[in-house]
Design a protein around this ligand. Structure first.
Ligand code: AMP
Length: 214
């Protein structure tokens, strides 16, 4: 299965991608996590993108397309993958179509998780992330087993710089301007399914499962 999760920052793409990844045994490819790992490792890509990411702006299409191209060639993508946070612009979507064509692969579905702005801002203020593995939690809706500690790698959880309220508003603007047009791009391809992101995680899970079963 080859899937894309679309949605505003904080809509729950990462949470759903992580869940579907473990259910179907296919990798979650989060460009945000890959870029944050590059920053932590101090690679030249990481150094190049840090300020852009901290400001909540988009990394260049060229850089992020190169990251995805390299990632899709890895062995674990053979049986499918879940793209989380890519594509985010029309040129990225076009580049992805070209890559898939070259690889002889087709996307199955593009699931857009719809959540209103007030709920997004509320969710982002409670979001906590693991700096090491990128897993995300919420202080009310998705608590880790041990308070403030990542379930997977036992590292302390932090508020990402770009989840700070002053940056989130700008990220939403970027989403509406550059990413939301992808919905009609994929609708024209007959791949788009929109689901409502609910307040309770279990409810969103079942909406996504329904969309997958369609
Ligand atoms: P995310 O973790 O998906 O919310 O991404 C965090 C940040 O990483 C974004 O605000 C961008 O700065 C950068 N980023 C992640 N994916 C992309 C992408 N597909 N295109 C451009 N920038 C991206």
């Amino acid at each position: 299965m080859r899937l894309i999760f679309l949605g505003a920052p904080g809509a729950g793409k990462g949470t759903q991608a992580e869940r579907i990844s473990s259910v179907y045994g296919i990798p979650q490819i989060s460009t945000g996590n890959i870029l944050r790992a590059a920053i932590s490792a101090g690679t030249s890509l990481g150094q190049k993108v840090k300020a852009v990411m901290d400001a909540g702006k988009l990394v260049s299409d060229e850089d992020v397309i190169a990251v995805v191209r390299e990632r899709l060639l890895l062995d674990d993508c053979k049986n499918g993958f879940i793209l989380d946070g890519f594509p985010r612009t029309i040129p990225q979507a076009e580049a992805l179509d070209k890559m898939l064509l070259e690889l002889g692969l087709e996307l199955d579905k593009v699931i857009s998780i719809e959540v209103n702005d007030v709920a997004i801002i509320n969710r982002m203020s409670g979001r906590r992330s693991c700096k090491k593995c990128g897993a995300t939690y919420h202080i009310d809706y998705k608590k880790p087993v041990n308070d403030g500690i990542c379930d997977y790698c036992k590292e302390p959880l932090v508020v990402r710089d770009d989840d700070k309220p002053e940056v989130v508003k700008g990220r939403l603007e970027v989403y509406y301007l550059q990413t939301a047009p992808l919905k009609s791009y994929y609708e024209k391809q007959g791949k788009l399914v929109c689901v409502e992101g609910k307040e309770a995680l279990e409810d969103t899970n079942s909406e996504v499962d329904k969309a997958l079963a369609e």
